[in-house]
Structure formats: C-alpha cells, structure tokens
Write a protein that binds this ligand. Sequence first.
Ligand SMILES: Cc1ncc(COP(=O)(O)O)c(C=O)c1O
Length: 477
Amino acid sequence: MPDSPLSNDLSLSSEQMRDIGYEVIDAIVEQFQSVGKGPAISKRTRRDMHELLHEPVPAAPSDASAVLKRVTDEIFGNFAPLDHPRFFAFVPGPINFISVMAEALAAAHNPFMGSWLVSSGPTQIELTVIDWLRQMCGLPETAGGLFVSGGSIANLSAIAAARHVKLAGDMTGSVIYCSRETHSSIDRAINVLGFKPEQLRHIDTDVGFRVDVDELERAIETDRTAGLRPFMIIANAGTTNTGAIDPLETIADLCQSNDLWFHVDGAYGAPTMLTDKGKTLLAGIERADSITLDPHKWLFQPYEIGCLLLRDRTLLIDTFHIFKDYMQDVIGEAEEVNLRDYGIQLTRNFRALKLWMSIQVFGMDAFRGAVKHGLRMAEFAGELLQSPERKDRWEIITPPDLGIITFRYLPEAMTDEKAIDAFNLKLIDAMYADGYAMVSSTTLHNRPVLRLCPINPRTTEDDIRGTIERFETMADR
Ligand SMILES: Cc1ncc(COP(=O)(O)O)c(C=O)c1O
C-alpha cells in the first residue's frame, strides 16, 4: 500500500483506493474464515482497552496499512463476533458476506434516503424490500413501512403511530397493554413518548410465558370502567427470554372488539413467517395494525436494520409528516415517496440494499432454509437434553418452539432449589471462562436457567452436542 495521502481534500488516487480497498477485502474475508475458530467469548478490562486505544487525536497522517493493522489486531482483536457458531446468548447476529459488500456500496454512494428527488432508485429498492416483508407477514397491499435502526425504534415509532391515530393528540388517561415478558424497548419507548410508567400495564403470563388473555381482558374492562382510555395492545411474536408467542388471534379479536391498536413485536420471531412452522405458530400476525421485525436478527444482516410495517402505510405519513419551507423544492410528484415522511429520521442511510442484495444473490429459499435450520437446531438441543442417557441430568424449562430453549442442570442427589440455582449459575460462569460457547442465563419463575438461541445457520449439531457435553464435563468436575 502506498504512503498515506497528504491531500487536504481527503481524496485518494485510484491506485491508492484500490490498494486500500483490496487490503480491507482481505481483512473481511479473513474475518469470515476465522469466525468460529477462536473462543466464542472473550472480554478485556476497561483499563486494558484504555491503555491500548485511548490516545491524542492524530494531526498528521499515518500509513493506511498500519492503521488497518491496528483495526484488525487491536480493535477487532478485542471483540466477540456474534456470528460465532457457538454464540448462543441473547440474540446472535449471524451475517452474510453479500450484505457486508452491500454496506460498503451503500456507504460509497451515500444516497440521501429522505427524499425521492435525490434517491429515486434507492428509495424504490426500500419500497420493494418492504413489500417483500409485507408479503412475508401476510399484510394487505395497503401496508407499507420503513427501515429503522432496530427493533427499539420500530416499536417506538409504532406506539407513536398508534397514539396519533387513536388518541388524537391527547394522552390523558390512555393505557397500553403488554405482557410481563415484553422487551424493555417498549418501557423505554413509552417513557420517551411522554407516557407515565403506569400507563403501560404489564399483564401476567401463563405457564408458557404467553400473556394471560383473561387477565388482559379484565384489565381493559377495569380501566374502561374507571374512565381510562385503553388504546393499544402490544403482543409478542417471540419473546426475547423464551421465544414465547402471545395468542395473536385472540388478541386480534380483543383489539377488534375494543377498537384498540394491535401491535406485534416480532423483532426476533417474525422472520419465521418464511417457514411453514412459523406461519402456523404466528397465525394472526397478519391482522396486526403494525409489526416490528428485525432483519439484523433472524434475517442475517449486519447491524443496523430494523423494520416497522403498518397495515395502512398512509397512517405513518399522517403521524410523521412535517413540512418546512426549505423543503419546498423536494415535494415532487404525488406518486413520489419521500421516506423522511414515514418516520423520525430525515437523513437516513440505505439500509435496504444489504437485504435486497443478499436476497437477490442467495435467493429467498436459502433464507427460508437458514431460518428453518435455526428452528431445527433448537429442537435438536431439546432432543439431546431429553435423550434417555441425559434426561435425568437436565430439565427443560421452556420448549424449543421458536429457536430458543431454556433448561437447567439437575446435579445428582441435589434437592435444595437454592443450591441447584447456584450450581447452574456456576456452570454459566465456567463456560464463560472456558470460551468454548457463549450461553447466557435468564430468570424464569424466579429461578436462574440456561438459555440457548442457536439461530446461526452455520451452527451444527456437533456445536450443540459439544456445548452440552462441555457443560456435563464441567458439572462432573
Ligand atoms: C422482542 C424484541 N423486541 C425488541 C428488541 C429491540 O431490538 P433492537 O435491539 O434492534 O433495538 C429486541 C432485541 O433483542 C427483541 O428481542
């Protein structure tokens, strides 16, 4: 690579760009090839990182190869790739190479995605991909939406739309309902939007961690009788904790008969609509007024790409459109779509390209197969834990319905629940220190349990078996 440029206009020659670009591509390919070869988790201390990476701002240029080496060694030498095939914690982030290249292309062209005037092609791609996701979720042709940074902003935007449509600007006494298992982004969203915490009712769940619909119905009735204004139910199509799916059809009926906005948080689970199993489990999602869905979770995209779909896309414009005089030149023809009118952001990046390019190159059937594989891996973990030689040592707490299984180890002759809890937490710590796999814990029925989310399409049965066996060896020790 040639010496770093000294130009003040921040430009490079073609040769310099190619040299740097090829080195970057080599680093990316190396990353894809090495993922899974190292530990599934490693963490350094804040002090170590400060010593390594905190420095005065460089006023003078540096050689680009040397800078790239620092990036690969010092920065990415100290992170845990969430697409490691044995990274089973939280929601893993398995990505694909085509989307990474799309990110580079999107950054290079840097389209301004707020306005049709300057981004007709990229805007049409966003509309096209949104329409693919609309079809996947079974929404009517009136539906549309927007790509946002992730599920948190999609949920917030959905509540903003529901508030606009159902409350006409007056939040007094209004109430939103969701289950206790609902993602924390909902609590944050209602706070940001100016609701009081008590305006969000967290309804208890049944044994399967699905919202208790009888209690939900009672709560709505009680609030109405007390003069409050129920206006929205948020249902889960796959909770983060256990993959639980709220009874979507029943909730849709409840919303219909009570004139409530029906939002489905499918940030994690909605992509399973690509599969027959998902379509059966998520039946009723197609009746939603709005759906959150994160391609950066189970559609294998690099961060950040979340998606909000609205049954009636014009309601997004009603909610978010604001006109200022300095925008008068970009109004355009009536049929033109200005995505700035659909959400919170004016300046937006071209998130749709990575999803579009990867679906074009691999084909949707490959994505369907990849999602099916994740569902299967969770089922496989369940089968292993229940196999005759293992079932006395392990207890499954929640079944692997939607790509997540929770379970705990039952040490022989240990009956004290507190001791079993402590033992399981120790197992998590031991695996963390070992680094073979990254498995997180969660708390269910007030007890710590192990949780596996094996949705990476490159996770194999050996990865799952190896992880369970490693836990058993640690337990024996
Ligand atoms: C069900 C659910 N909703 C919302 C979110 C928030 O999504 P994001 O982290 O993309 O903002 C998550 C994240 O894990 C989730 O699992």
